[in-house]
Design a protein around this ligand. Structure first.
Ligand code: 0RQ
Length: 503
């Protein structure tokens, strides 16, 4: 294979993962690459987890604060969580072992908007970054770093970290070089300027990441795949949800409120978004574009078929099969995908300017349109808010997609009051379940409750919701957004007590 570490200054810093991990000390804030299972370091975190376990066996403390782009993989979040090596984690994560410790109250997790991460670290809200551990696909002669399958916050980590460990992953396709667009024009207030991006496929930066070579303490060679989430066949509920949403898009085109090729799409990951993307492939719509954070299988298919012209993202979440296609056809995808830092892929200014259409999952929504995406029964974290808030607040349209029930029908996704709020009623426009679609735009609160119950609630819970709403309209302290406070969260308590929300 072709040599990927071309900067002669770094040749004598090529070491094993164990040697590299030894540079990380207890108590450090460590910033790593990785976004939804792509482009995360594959070897150093595992070696670090082993070292932490050895130190723990001697009865000594060893934990780090861990920052990333978004979720990573078992070799990173999983291994470090299992070793009890993480004191604090920020932002988005979805690892089962980490989730367990977070919900046991043993691991502090700070869940913030993905567009906020880089700037909050620049503002100094998280203290110093001691070490950055960044996966790249190559190091050029001049020391410039060719990013791999995610960009995330890597620019910020490389700029701010006191010491840098680079993993060069030869599994990543060489042809990825040129796909990235790293914008170095961000400044801190009060010196900020408009970001010169007008179209989702504009290039405003450079293709490589800068790093001060003197800060690089170790370079590690790796050769391993990104976390591949197996592709699940699209289920019937997801197909129904996708169908309602696409019908709505066509209705909006008909009304002249959306152009015939829609507006740049943002799509969450999972079965339902995949069903929407598959539905778009057969919708007859053409010339679509995407300004999103994650690209999953369905998006590659849309690019291949020409339905989608181009996509902008910061990371990938692909199945093993899609990963092979991506690597094989990298020359094709490099012309149609632009990978950006997550402060740009999710930037409120850009999401607002482009008029993105946000499509995200949710756990539950209440009668008035407040959405809970993160906390089961108000207290148990599932994943995190991720980028959903960046697109929901700032986009042209925000849509939330979910089955109307969970846990075999024991839980209603439509509740009187959400047990945790991620997206407020002021930001949420469209709710879609397999039952139908509620268009909340321009509706006052009581009218919203009507369409949410009538169009989205499962028939098993409709009477119960109507009963609550009717009594709230009669007995509520205020009649603007009627609620019965002692009852508003009683459905959640009933589930905790009895295993079902049914009265
Ligand atoms: O749990 O697998 O244990 O049964 O939640 O639910 O229906 O499989 O849906 O995978 O799309 O996830 C909101 C979590 C939905 C996701 C959420 C249980 C359900 C199941 C998963 P089990 P489904 P999805 C782009 C944007 C926030 C981040 C985001 C998410 C599990 O979409 O994390 O949008 N979103 N990022 O049983 C209790 C309810 C429930 C419930 C579902 N009402 N009560 N449990 N579940 N509804 C990506 C990034 O930003 C990086």
């Amino acid at each position: 294979s072709v040599e990927r570490i071309l900067d002669p200054r770094l040749r004598d810093r090529i070491v094993s993962a164990e040697q590299a991990a030894a540079f990380i000390q207890p108590g450090e804030t460590v910033a790593m690459s990785g976004f939804t299972g792509s482009g995360y370091p594959k070897a150093v975190p595992l070696a670090l987890a082993q070292r932490i376990e050895q130190v723990h066996e001697q009865g000594l403390p060893f934990q780090i604060k861990l920052l990333t782009g978004a979720s990573t993989a078992p070799e990173l979040d999983g291994a470090l969580a299992k070793a009890d090596g993480i004191a604090m984690r920020m932002p988005f994560q979805s690892d089962p072992d980490a989730r367990k410790r977070i919900n046991e109250g043993k691991l502090d997790y700070i869940d913030i908007h993905l567009s906020h991460v880089a700037q909050h670290v620049w503002f100094g809200f998280y203290g110093d970054i001691d070490t950055a551990v960044i996966e790249v696909s190559a190091i050029r002669e001049d020391g410039a770093l060719v990013p791999s399958t995610s960009v995330g916050n890597n620019k910020t980590w490389l700029d701010l970290a006191k010491k840098v460990i680079i993993e060069v992953n030869e599994w990543q396709p060489e042809g990825i070089e040129g796909m990235h667009d790293i914008y170095y024009g961000t400044a801190l207030p009060p010196h900020r300027k408009p970001i010169p991006l007008i179209h989702a496929n504009d290039r405003i930066g450079q293709t490589t990441l800068n790093v001060d070579p003197d800060k690089i303490v170790a370079v590690v060679r790796t050769n391993g795949p990104d976390r591949n989430s197996p592709f699940k066949p699209i289920d019937d509920e997801s197909k129904l949800i996708a169908g309602h949403l696409i019908e709505f898009f066509k209705h909006e085109i008909g009304k002249g409120r959306l152009p015939p090729n829609l507006l740049p799409l943002q799509s969450g990951v999972g079965n339902i978004p995949n069903a929407v993307l598959a539905g778009l492939a057969e919708s007859g719509l053409r010339g679509l574009t995407s300004f999103t954070e994650v690209i999953q299988d369905g998006m590659l298919d849309l690019l291949k078929s020409g339905v989608l012209e181009y996509a902008s993202c910061t990371g990938f979440a692909l199945s093993p099969e899609a990963n092979e296609t991506f690597k094989r056809d990298i020359a094709f995808y490099r012309e149609r995908i632009i990978m950006r830092t997550q402060e740009i892929s999710n930037h409120p200014e850009l999401v607002r300017r482009l008029g993105c259409i946000g499509m995200n999952g949710m756990l539950e929504v209440d009668l008035y349109g407040n959405v809970n995406s993160t906390h089961v029964m108000g207290s148990r974290i599932m994943n995190g808010i991720g980028g959903s808030g960046d697109f929901t607040r700032n986009g042209f349209l925000s849509t939330f997609l979910s089955p109307s029930t969970a846990k075999n029908g024991a839980i209603s996704s439509i509740v009187p009051m959400v047990s945790h709020v991620d997206h407020t009623e002021h930001d949420v426009a469209i709710i879609v379940t397999e039952q139908g679609l509620a268009d909340l735009r321009g509706l006052p609160p009581r009218a919203r409750a009507r369409v949410v119950i009538d169009n989205c609630a499962h028939p098993d819970f409709r009477d119960q919701l109507n009963d609550y709403f009717d009594r709230a309209c009669r007995d509520s302290y205020g009649k603007h957004t009627p609620h019965l406070l002692p009852e508003a969260l009683s459905w959640h308590q009933r589930y905790i007590d009895t295993g079902s929300m049914k009265a």
